[in-house]
Ligand binder design. Structure first.
Ligand SMILES: Cc1cc2nc3c(=O)[nH]c(=O)nc-3n(C[C@H](O)[C@H](O)[C@H](O)COP(=O)(O)O)c2cc1C
Length: 218
């Protein structure tokens, strides 16, 4: 696929079909993501993939805990406690407003998507060692992005989500993740449910000149 087409494909898919993804494709995507650069080639990431019955069990326990109002306790900073600067805060508010507008008040679609973990048939969990500098979080972000581009290039759709890692003990229970690793993020892979309105929402970006400054004259 041409790079511009891969890039155009990439967006959050909040409802997947039940169609399974072949293990061969998953392995290829992860192998391609391994091309990601990292500080001194430290490659701090580890990848744990839940699919089939395991993905289903994780989705079910996530739903039960959410419905029981269990407070999320993700292993990176808790989103409930993060203090954001004005610029990202403004962008998040814009996203929330445009999404509400797009859904015409049917925010239930968005909430249901979180509750059901997007019905993702494959969930890729990414970890780094507990003892990691901020550089490794940077590297993990790079790995995630290469993974998503590789997946889109192979005709899959992707969903990076904090929602996947709200209840780490569930993930640890099914995937035997060592205690000395921090679960950073989960990425759903699969095929989009074309009937789901939520999948038609396309986010915008701030104008280029709001984030870019190029200086050449002294
Ligand atoms: C680290 C990270 C965590 C995210 N967590 C969630 C989430 O829990 N639920 C959700 O619906 N979207 C989540 N998203 C998706 C973002 O909302 C989405 O990427 C952003 O709004 C831009 O939209 P686009 O990816 O469709 O272009 C997450 C994205 C990232 C990168």
């Amino acid at each position: 696929m041409e790079f511009k087409d891969v890039l155009a494909r990439e967006h959050a898919t909040r409802k997947f079909t039940d169609q399974r993804v072949s293990e061969k494709t998953v392995r290829k995507v992860i192998e391609e993501a391994q091309r990601t650069p990292s500080l001194l080639n430290s490659q701090p990431w580890r990848i744990y993939v839940a699919e089939g019955e395991v993905a289903k069990a994780i989705r079910k326990e996530h739903e039960e805990k959410t419905l029981a109002n269990e407070e999320p306790h993700e292993e990176f900073d808790s989103l409930l406690k993060v203090e954001w600067d004005t610029f990202p805060s403004k962008n998040m508010a814009t996203m929330s407003e445009t999404l509400d507008y797009f859904l015409r008040g049917e925010t239930d679609d968005f909430d249901q998507a979180q509750l059901k973990l997007f019905n993702a048939p494959v969930i890729v969990f990414l970890t780094i060692p507990k003892q990691s500098p901020a550089w490794s979080i940077f590297d993990l972000g790079g790995f995630s992005q290469t993974l998503m581009l590789a997946a889109n290039n192979r005709g899959l759709s992707t969903m990076p989500a904090h929602a996947f890692v709200k209840y780490p003990e569930v993930i640890r229970k099914y995937l035997n993740i060592p205690e000395d690793e921090t679960i950073g993020i989960g990425i759903g892979l699969g095929y989009p449910n074309k009937k789901a309105t939520i999948n038609d929402y396309k986010s915008k970006r701030v104008p280029l000149d709001e984030i870019l400054k190029i200086k050449k004259n002294l």
